[in-house]
Design a protein around this ligand. Structure first.
Ligand SMILES: [Zn+2]
Length: 471
């Protein structure tokens, strides 16, 4: 049996964490068994489907590297096929026309509820002898009225439904459009899907879909229903969680490798192992160790993984991606140090590439103002002499090397009998605007002579102006 899985989103919104996980599981399962992974867009809900969502879904999958072997198929391009099967089902007596109007159905529902019964379709049209041809009709599937439907869920084990609990499902609406549950079945059948991996919200659809497949004498695929992902507060994700769209994670500076690693671990495990790359996952992934309880999203863990990948993937690769973020921030990297040097110096200081890009700005552009707290602490009269000395010394340097710079700062500290740490902090504020940077000699080296002197001068003026205003 050739494994064939599918990812079948409805284009009614963006690609979110939960659907990415389903896609990832389906994709990995196909890769693991050298099978095929199909992308199918379930767009029969005309009113809610948007072409922008299709674009967003494709973009998200591409960014994560979840490539598909077939598709994207669009259900709206397969309407003739659905109608053909419905016609066959009407002829074989597996489907029938229901002439009940929405009003009649609503009235019946109301009556059942007021009698304390579970609302259901009473199947009045199932055995109609006279066909009322002048009335609008929907088409219903003739669900068995006795017996059970049982399937072995790969994640949840055996699941059984009584046929009596299942209504005669509408497979074509009175407007002529086939319904979601029906299209899914015909697609899975026509596309030879062997494993249906999807969210647990589909469990209730499964017995209905199995019954339709049985009526068509089709092979039943293997089902695996993945549990929900909850937000950090243990609740269902909502639009307010700001993670509705996977592309937001790109914008925030996450690497696809980190996100894949994070998402795979939300509900799947391989011993205690935390770090997985795709190549490894393609060999290890299976459906048997997927957890059936829901998992909670944890941004700290994702940040930790992102930092790990920034530090452990090849520097050229990270540098190339970082260039895009610099560009998005309108930072011209031609006007400053080699980005790779910077990355090497700073890579273990940031959790996201976006953060990094913003923090690299001062290497390429003059910063607008000093951090107020740091300026109040360091840019004071007492430090004017240190800055002037360093300025005069560095102005005459004909070599701009880390060792020479470091030595100059060191000597200045000894000469004035102040702690090296103090002088370093002062220079941080002067050269970067705030009291946070890696090794200051490296920063000075990468900034270059011109920018360094300019900023020293600026700080000297700042102190002079401040004291002038005060006195
Ligand atoms: Zn009816």
């Amino acid at each position: 049996m050739k494994v064939k899985t599918r990812f079948a989103p409805s284009p009614t919104g963006d690609l979110h964490i939960g659907s990415v996980r389903t896609a990832l599981y389906s994709w990995l399962f196909a890769r693991r068994y050298n099978g095929k992974f199909i992308l199918r867009i379930e767009d029969t809900d005309f009113e809610r489907s948007k072409s922008l969502s299709v674009e967003s879904i494709l973009k998200g999958l591409k960014w994560l590297g979840l490539n598909w072997d077939e598709g994207p198929y669009f259900q709206t391009q397969r309407l003739d096929r659905y109608r053909e099967v419905i016609e066959i089902m009407l002829n074989t007596g597996n489907a029938y026309k229901c002439y009940c109007s929405p009003k009649e159905i609503e009235a019946e529902r109301f009556k059942q509820l007021s009698e304390g019964k579970k609302p259901h379709y009473t199947r009045v049209c199932r055995n109609l002898k006279i066909k009322n041809i002048n009335k609008k009709y929907a088409i219903r599937f003739k669900n068995p009225t006795s017996g059970k439907v049982t399937f072995e869920d790969k994640i949840r084990g055996k699941i059984t439904f009584n046929n009596l609990e299942l209504d005669d499902l509408i497979i074509q609406r009175s407007n002529g459009m086939p319904t979601y549950n029906f299209c899914v079945v015909i697609d899975d059948l026509d596309m030879n899907i062997t494993h249906v991996i999807r969210g647990e919200d589909h469990i209730n659809n499964t017995p209905r879909q199995i019954n339709i497949l049985k009526s068509l004498n089709a092979k039943i695929p293997i089902y695996a229903h993945v549990s929900m992902i909850l937000n950090e507060n243990g609740k269902k994700f909502s639009k307010r969680d700001n993670s509705e769209n996977i592309i937001e994670y790109y914008k925030k500076g996450f690497l696809p490798e980190a996100l894949i690693n994070y998402i795979i671990r939300l509900g799947w495990s391989h011993g205690d192992q935390e770090i997985f790359n795709l190549a490894e996952l393609k060999k290890l992934f299976n459906l048997d160790t997927i957890n059936k309880s829901s998992s909670a999203f944890n941004i700290k863990k994702l940040l930790w993984l992102n930092k790990y990948y920034i530090n452990n993937l090849s520097i050229d690769y990270i540098c190339n991606i970082l260039k895009d973020y610099m560009k998005n921030e309108n930072i011209n990297i031609e006007k400053g140090p080699n980005l790779k040097f910077l990355l090497n110096l700073y890579k273990n200081r940031f959790y996201t590439l976006q953060d990094m890009a913003c923090n690299f700005r001062f290497f390429y552009e003059e910063f607008e103002s000093f951090d107020l707290q740091s300026a109040n602490k360091y840019l004071i009269l007492k430090n004017l002499c240190i800055l002037t000395n360093i300025y005069n010394k560095m102005k005459n340097f004909s070599f701009w090397e880390i060792e020479i710079l470091s030595e100059a700062i060191h000597n200045e500290a000894i000469k004035l009998n102040i702690k090296l740490k103090e002088i370093n902090m002062l220079l941080r504020v002067v050269l970067t605007g705030r009291a946070y940077s890696p090794n200051i000699s490296s920063v000075i080296f990468l900034l270059g002579k011109e920018k360094t002197l300019l900023r020293l001068k600026k700080a000297i003026l700042f102190i002079k102006n401040k004291t002038y205003v005060k006195s």
